[in-house]
Design a binder for this molecule. Structure first.
Ligand code: K1U
Ligand code: ZN
Length: 170
């Protein structure tokens, strides 16, 4: 298995729209294993293929305390949204920024499992937040896009400063 490097905001590759997976074969299973390893190492509770510069509709999530309940979603689609909740979010592609985002309180997601079998999951709470956050990544969106223009400008400034600092170091 291997660790991927994770793209960082405002990398334009985070804006690409992921294509559906046509066939779940050994290469997809190997990709999922590497994505899971990368998510656990980060550490994070989710990772979308977009974040590792692979533009296929694949998401891994594990919100368990024990870090032993990996969920894999291939070609996920939200088919139902109910209510609203506000939750603090972070993102492995936007390190050290945590902001409250309003999203659906509960979602129904339809997807393929790693055996290629269609599945339906009803989720609420943190799992629903994480599913929506990761599906946004597959559509080229980052959680920053949900914030006010002022907050977005501040985050952009912060990352531009960090990039200048890193460039001066090298
Ligand atoms: O998509 C990502 O960048 C992963 C992101 C998922 C997420 C977190 C919080 C709300 C919505 C979506 C993260 O995992 S950020 C890191 C994080 O939240 C965390 C890391 C270790 C333990 C617990 C949480
Ligand atoms: Zn993210």
């Amino acid at each position: 298995m291997a660790l991927f490097s994770i793209l960082r905001f405002p990398d334009p590759r985070l804006r690409k729209i992921a294509a559906p997976v046509a066939q779940i074969d050994a290469s997809v299973r190997a990709l999922v294993a590497d994505m899971a390893e990368t998510m656990y190492a980060a550490p994070g509770i989710g990772l979308a293929a977009t974040q590792v510069d692979v533009h296929q509709q694949i998401v891994v999530i594990d919100i368990s305390e024990e870090r032993n309940q990996l969920r894999v979603f291939v070609n996920p689609r939200i088919t139902r949204r109910d209510g609203l909740q506000t939750h603090e979010e972070g993102c492995l592609s936007v390190p050290d920024i945590y902001e409250k985002v309003e999203r659906a309180a509960a979602v129904r997601v339809e997807y393929l499992d790693l055996g290629g079998k269609p599945q339906t999951l009803d989720a609420d709470g943190l799992l629903a937040v994480c599913i929506q956050h990761e599906i946004d990544h597959l559509q080229g969106k980052v959680f920053v896009d949900h914030l006010s223009q002022l907050k977005q400008a501040r985050i952009r400034d912060k990352f531009a400063k960090r990039a200048r600092k890193n460039a001066a170091k090298n």
